[in-house]
Design a protein around this ligand. Structure first.
Ligand code: SUG
Length: 449
């Protein structure tokens, strides 16, 4: 079998990054509603994270932000074609709608798609199923542009298959609910779901986003054989405590799984089943509620870390600085470091601009396992190296504002700046004119997308 390497496709934080308080059930998002945003600082933090990961020798790549406002949505809502008046009327009608149309939420690329590497798929192709993100209005605006971008990057039909999103009546949140594990004996995808049409055991406070029926469809569409699938319900107590995706309470890499006891229902039975299917190579480190309560786990995000393979055969965990500052979270990660032989280091990084919206290091990246010929089949300049880092840093410094409030979104000048920035970026990444506004572009008119 050819050698595979993981590439983390990080979302570049968009120029309209702000704190809309848009995600019910995501405590950080609601807590920081209305805070003045600093998209420039958040984007630079993201670039530093990518540089850090790349310097560990781990594959790193980027995905671009999406055009905002979501102009197609504005037009569909009947606001007319004149940009200035459409924006003014939309914000007069509903601040909440305006904020959603400007959300930079595509930065959390763990939600862009579910990814099944070619070594796991029946047909030997890499599958990417674009997530419909139908649970949250602002996130439901992302899939059309996500699909356009993924089709440009994963364009070679002999290697890749990009799938259109599942229908919106089945909520699908992409790789944020997917944990891949593998040993010498087996590989499998643990797919977390929160609600199902026939499900009686449900959440009490917050709506679960991922549906069982979507997770079942993900496995079928992405050509995963049943032997490589394990569907598991997220613990409703975890979701009610603010763990809206599985990756808020669990992280995996190869044969290692770190998880909280409220990540999934019946955690001990789950670990037994994983041990049976993966064999003696499987290792896990379970945090109990007594050791690390859900409140601390959700506010400091130790599980929303990147667990990555290093060239020396060991693994590193890249965790948010908030997990270092929280005594229980830090103690748990230190225990994991002591108990999991493959884990050789825990690094803490600052992505606070994203964390305040409930997005830790793991939310900011989409994991894609590629073999060499697949890697070589990707044409756009999305792979991260020092030259790209410098170019992106310059680009952010040139185009991004360092303060942003909802009032700024009424200003067509901001839209102009944002689209100009994106136009430059897509050329820089050699993605070409990937967004609809680049194909129409009438000044003062709605940049339809
Ligand atoms: O979908 N936050 C995102 C965070 C995504 C986290 N992703 C993973 N766990 N993989 C969400 O809730 C907040 C936007 C705002 O409030 O302005 C937001 O969309």
């Amino acid at each position: 079998m050819p050698a595979y390497r993981e590439y983390n496709f990080d979302g570049i934080v968009g120029p309209t990054h702000h704190y809309g308080g848009l995600s019910s059930g995501n405590l950080a998002s609601t807590r920081h509603r209305g805070l003045v945003g600093n998209p420039r600082a958040a984007a630079l933090e993201g670039l530093e994270k990518m540089r850090f990961v790349a310097n560990l020798g781990v594959g790193q790549a980027v995905l671009p932000p999406q055009p905002r406002p979501a102009a197609r949505a504005l037009a569909d809502l009947g606001y007319g074609a004149d940009l200035a008046s459409a924006l003014a009327r939309a914000f007069d009608d509903s601040l909440g709608l305006g904020s959603r149309l400007f959300s930079a939420s595509a930065m959390w690329t763990a939600n862009a798609a579910t990814v099944v590497p070619s070594c796991d798929a029946n047909d030997g192709k890499l599958h990417l199923l674009v997530a419909n993100l139908s649970a949250m209005p602002h996130r439901s605006l992302e899939p059309p542009d996500t699909e356009r971008v993924l089709r440009k990057i994963f364009a070679a039909p002999e290697h890749f298959q990009v799938h259109a999103p599942l229908p919106a009546y089945l909520g699908d949140e992409g790789a944020a609910n997917q944990l891949r594990l593998c040993t010498d004996q087996a590989s499998l995808h643990l797919l977390g779901w929160g609600r199902g049409f026939d499900q009686t055991e449900t959440t009490r406070f917050f709506h679960a986003r991922q549906s069982l029926e979507a997770s079942q469809a993900v496995a079928r569409v992405c050509q995963l054989p049943p032997a490589r699938v394990l569907l598991r319900q997220q613990d409703p107590r975890g979701i009610d405590a603010g763990a809206f995706h599985s990756d808020v309470l669990a992280v995996s890499n190869r044969h290692v799984l770190l998880l909280h006891e409220h990540a999934f229902v019946e955690p001990h039975a789950l670990l037994d089943e994983l041990a049976r299917r993966l064999g003696p190579g499987f290792e896990s480190c379970l945090a109990t509620e007594a050791e690390l309560n859900l409140g601390d786990a959700v506010s400091s995000y130790p599980f929303n870390s990147e667990l990555v393979s290093l060239d020396d055969g060991t693994m590193a965990l890249i965790a948010p600085a908030e997990a270092q500052a929280n005594a229980a979270a830090r103690a748990y990660l230190e225990r994991a470091l002591g108990e999991i032989p493959a884990l050789s280091a825990v690094h803490y990084i600052d992505v606070n601009g994203s964390m305040k919206n409930g997005g830790g290091p793991a939310c900011l990246r989409l994991r894609v396992l590629l073999n060499e010929s697949e890697r070589n089949a990707i044409q756009p300049r999305v792979f991260f190296d020092n030259d790209l880092y410098l170019l992106l840093k310059q680009w952010v410094e040139k185009h991004y504002r360092d303060t942003l409030t909802l009032a700024d979104f009424r200003d067509p000048q901001l839209v102009e700046e944002t689209l100009q920035a994106l136009d430059e970026l897509t050329q820089l990444l050699e993605l070409g004119s990937v967004y609809p506004f680049q194909q129409s572009g009438k000044a003062g008119a709605l940049p339809l997308g």
